[in-house]
Design a protein around this ligand. Structure first.
Ligand code: UD1
Ligand code: CA
Length: 474
């Protein structure tokens, strides 16, 4: 733990955050994100906070919202066996280990010892609330500072507040306590004002209250019990209502995960529609949060844009297209096709029914028609491959015409080999390019040629295996 604290301070120093403080409106914050606990209600071997919402793990949604308002390295509380969470967040955070899942209060205790001395306020978040927006966090922090509260909560009012902690208030409307659903009586359960699970604490008060926190009847240390302690100590507890009710949704099971997914999906689709993208059928269009789309692009039904995909302007995507971690230039068409880790220049047409796999680059004006698979290859400007075929581990020059049925035989059973095709080459239908092989600029292969040795520039090769024959000039 001490080693971690040192690492944390070193990281802050290295990133110049101490210097940055001067320029911040609210300088001295720490952020704690809880990702401990068992997450049993997910019924999953994957840690709860790593379940994805629109292609991004829940905890990364939380981290990204926090990042918008605070330039500090968050402390993330994880269980002992947390390799997957650690790998996902890597060096961007500091980890505190909670060996036993003894509740949210206990989790914050593990983080508290890593908070640098000078910090005077702490923003505590749960890793299972992916819908919170930075605007609400900003308002929460503003309220905390300007009201001089020791504890400030993000709350909302829900018609069916099932499973949420309820906010209890005194006769003069001051917040006095949070009662967990499982400990609440019928009258308390009827309260519609709920705890969103995002808190600002005055740091010194939080530390001393945590030291005095006692175990609840359920055997856990509830973070929420700090609210009653604050109120009883005569300190101020205040709250801010989230702008949207949905923002405070905590995902405990896969039903709630789907509610989160639907909410983020709608937000993302709306964002792109308001940014100049036409989406013909939002009900069957799936766009991950980190995707970028240029204006005047039109997306047809049944289309998925996923991962780190970036699409240019005026493109026509779909129907029935799946684009994963790929980039396209402007004016592209992708019809009923799949792109995975591909890079495509402008004015490229793909499909219907083609598949670009990892490491594929199609330069400007390339045309890939039906039933074409391309893997780890570059097709240079203006090259056309209109009909079924496979190109793997190859470079095809400019303006190559790839006849129907052409295949790069790139695998000899043990190793993969490369194929190089020069500019302006005409590959006859059903050419088999037995790699490693190179075809010089301007050469031609006859239909059905099995090319198992290099063809120099401006030659014609036919047959099986292909032999040279005189090249007639037109
Ligand atoms: C919690 C709140 C509840 C609030 C709701 C909002 C408490 C006691 N209750 O309930 O008032 O309305 O969130 O979503 O805080 N965690 C740990 N270590 C643990 C237990 C949990 O790190 O020992 C982490 C979990 O990974 C999770 C977060 O804390 O991200 C919240 O825990 P969870 O069990 O989901 O609390 P809720 O029952 O949802
Ligand atoms: Ca929860």
């Amino acid at each position: 733990e001490i080693r971690n604290q040192k690492a944390y301070l070193a990281l802050q120093r290295e990133m110049g955050l101490f210097a940055l403080r001067e320029s911040k409106i609210m300088p001295n914050w720490a952020v704690v994100i809880l990702a401990g606990g068992r997450g049993q209600r997910m019924q999953s071997s994957l840690p709860k906070v790593l379940h994805q919402v629109c292609g991004k793990p829940m905890i990364c949604h939380v981290r990204d919202s926090v990042r918008e308002v605070l330039d500090v390295v968050p402390i993330v509380v994880v269980p002992q066996d947390s390799a997957a969470v650690r790998e996902c967040l890597q060096d961007e955070v500091v980890f505190a280990v909670q060996s036993d899942p003894l509740g949210t209060g206990h989790a914050v205790m593990q983080a508290e010892i890593l908070i640098p001395e000078e910090v005077s306020n702490v923003l505590v978040m749960y890793g299972d609330t992916p819908l919170v927006r930075w605007q609400s966090l900003q308002r929460l922090m503003d309220q905390h500072i300007f009201s001089g509260s020791a504890c400030t909560l993000l709350t909302t009012r829900l018609v069916s507040p099932y499973s949420m902690g309820r906010i209890l208030r005194s006769e003069n409307d001051q917040i006095t306590k949070i009662i967990e659903e499982r400990d609440a009586d019928e009258e308390q359960k009827a309260i519609d004002e709920v705890n969103g699970g995002m808190y600002c604490f005055e740091r010194e008060w939080m530390s001393s209250a945590l030291r005095n926190l006692s175990m609840s009847a359920s055997g856990e240390y509830y973070l929420t019990d700090l609210v009653e302690m604050t109120s009883k100590a005569g300190k101020k507890v205040s709250n801010v209502e989230s702008a949207e009710k949905m923002e405070i949704l905590g995902v405990n099971d896969r039903f709630q995960l789907n509610v989160a997914e639907a909410t983020v999906r709608e937000r993302v689709l709306k964002h792109w529609m308001l940014t100049g993208v036409t989406i013909i059928d939002p009900a069957t269009t799936y766009i991950d949060t980190d995707v970028v789309i240029g204006k005047d692009t039109t997306i047809y039904p049944n289309t998925i844009l996923s991962g780190s995909t970036v699409v240019g302007e005026r493109c026509r995507l779909g129907p029935n297209s799946m684009i994963y971690d790929s980039k396209t230039g402007d004016d592209c068409k992708v019809t009923a096709s799949m792109l995975e880790g591909a890079t495509v220049g402008s004015s490229v047409e793909i499909g219907p029914f083609s598949h670009l796999r990892a490491g594929t680059t199609l330069e400007q004006d390339v045309h890939v028609g039906n039933f074409v698979e391309v893997k780890n290859s570059r097709l240079k400007q203006g090259t056309k491959m209109g009909h079924f075929g496979y190109v793997g581990d190859a470079v095809l020059g400019r303006d190559v015409n790839v006849g129907a049925g052409t295949v790069t035989c790139n695998f000899d059973g043990i190793d993969k080999h490369t194929t190089v095709v020069g500019d302006g080459v005409f590959l006859g239908c059903d050419t088999m390019l037995v790699a490693p092989v190179e075809i010089g600029n301007g050469s031609i292969t006859g239909a059905g040629a099995v090319v198992n040795r290099d063809i120099p520039p401006k030659n014609k090769a036919i047959g099986m295996p292909a032999r040279f024959m005189p090249l007639e000039t037109k």
